[in-house]
Write a protein that binds this ligand. Structure first.
Ligand SMILES: [Zn+2]
Length: 388
């Protein structure tokens, strides 16, 4: 309620001026008196928390010029922000029904009405208004961006692609990233229903928009893994390392399945590339286990000893302790190390695996579109001591 009262201050000031400037003519004085009376009545109703009645008074109160329109729009905005969407819609519709609106005034009110509809999930109505504004060439940047948001919300990826392609106001790289992600969304849908040929063609479209789109390459991995094309899959994993090292952790499940199916030399060459690119703790651990299996315990321990310096992290530390537990012959020492290892593992369980580098949102699942700030490709694996 206090928000609303603050809002009314400019109305009061406006009417002070209005009344003052027109007080020379008796007829107008009478009008001003009536308006002032109505204004006080509206204010009293607001104070008494009778917003419905107050709204009626204010809607019927103002003569419309640019200043009073602003006040109405702010009032509508405030209702929307307070979740009182019906009231916001009522204000905006009543404004639209007035005679003599200029093109700009009409468009401005339509924009607000579109926001009302969007905020309650009436996306079709909101889309209709923004499409009309776009047709009329009014504030295209706003219309394009909001139409894109509507298509993303309604998961209408075809339309999201079309509208983003014509939105030249966003930075080129961001535009390509988003379009590639929309193709990936379509590709995921096709993959889920087993339409692999269509999935592959959409993956290619995504990669033609953004050749570094890891999500598209991971979808390609899914297709190749499904059809057991192991050599091609291995090549695909090598490609992802070159594409975007930030997301390379996502190749882990594919690599785990390939380890015994690819010649050892090729696998170790690949691990060497991953390690030299600081691909992450997961690969240090995976490689040390492989070395232990193929070349023996002491070589694996030496490798982990080296990696704890090259890539210090809690996960690497926990894994190194495991090696020390295995190598310890002293029962007391072994027992202490087991306790320490359990403690570190407990701490690791509390750590988020991914974080959005735009808003800081933490998660254990990789979302390509941040659920918090809705940016694309900003959630990345956590690195450093508490991460990879
Ligand atoms: Zn975010």
């Amino acid at each position: 309620m206090f928000d609303l009262l603050f809002l009314l201050l400019p109305i009061a000031a406006g009417y002070g001026w209005y009344m003052g400037s027109r007080s020379v003519r008796e007829k107008k004085e009478e009008d001003s008196y009536n308006i002032s009376k109505n204004y006080i009545q509206g204010l009293n109703l607001l104070l008494a928390d009778k917003t419905e009645k107050a709204l009626e008074v204010f809607i019927n109160l103002l003569e419309l010029d640019d200043d009073t329109l602003d006040t109405h729009l702010t009032l509508g905005n405030l209702f929307r922000q307070n979740g009182e969407i019906e009231k916001a819609i009522k204000i905006h519709k009543s404004l639209l029904s007035r005679d003599g609106l200029t093109f700009n005034q009409n468009s401005l009110i339509l924009q607000e009405l579109a926001k009302d509809y969007y905020s309650v999930g009436l996306y079709d109505r909101s889309e209709k208004i923004y499409s009309k504004l776009l047709e009329q060439n009014y504030d295209n940047l706003n219309a394009l961006q909001n139409l894109a948001n509507i298509y993303i919300r309604t998961r209408d990826w075809e339309k999201a692609i079309s509208i983003t392609k014509i939105n030249n106001n966003i930075e080129k790289k961001q535009q390509k990233t988003q379009i590639a992600q929309f193709y990936c969304e379509l590709a995921c849908n096709e993959f889920d229903i087993g339409n692999y040929a269509k999935t592959e063609s959409l993956v290619k479209k995504a990669l033609s928009e953004n050749p570094n789109c890891v999500r598209a390459s991971l979808l390609m991995c899914d297709i190749l893994s499904n059809s057991k094309q192991e050599k091609k899959l291995f090549k695909q994993l090598e490609l992802i390392v070159k594409q975007d090292i930030r997301f390379v952790t996502e190749i882990r499940p594919f690599l785990v399945n390939l380890i015994d199916k690819i010649p050892y030399k090729e696998i170790t060459d690949f691990f060497d590339i991953l390690i030299s690119n600081k691909a992450g703790t997961s690969f240090d651990i995976m490689y040390s286990n492989l070395i232990e299996k193929k070349e023996g315990f002491s070589k694996a321990l030496a490798f982990m000893d080296k990696q704890i310096n090259a890539n210090p992290s809690m996960r690497n530390f926990a894994h190194l302790i495991l090696f020390y537990i295995k190598s310890s012959s002293n029962a007391q020492e072994k027992n202490n190390l087991i306790k320490l290892q359990a403690l570190v593992q407990e701490e690791i369980k509390t750590l988020a695996k991914y974080q959005c580098n735009n808003c800081g949102f933490e998660t254990n699942t990789l979302f390509w579109n941040c659920p918090s700030c809705h940016s694309w490709e900003t959630i990345i694996p956590v690195r450093g001591l508490k991460g990879e």
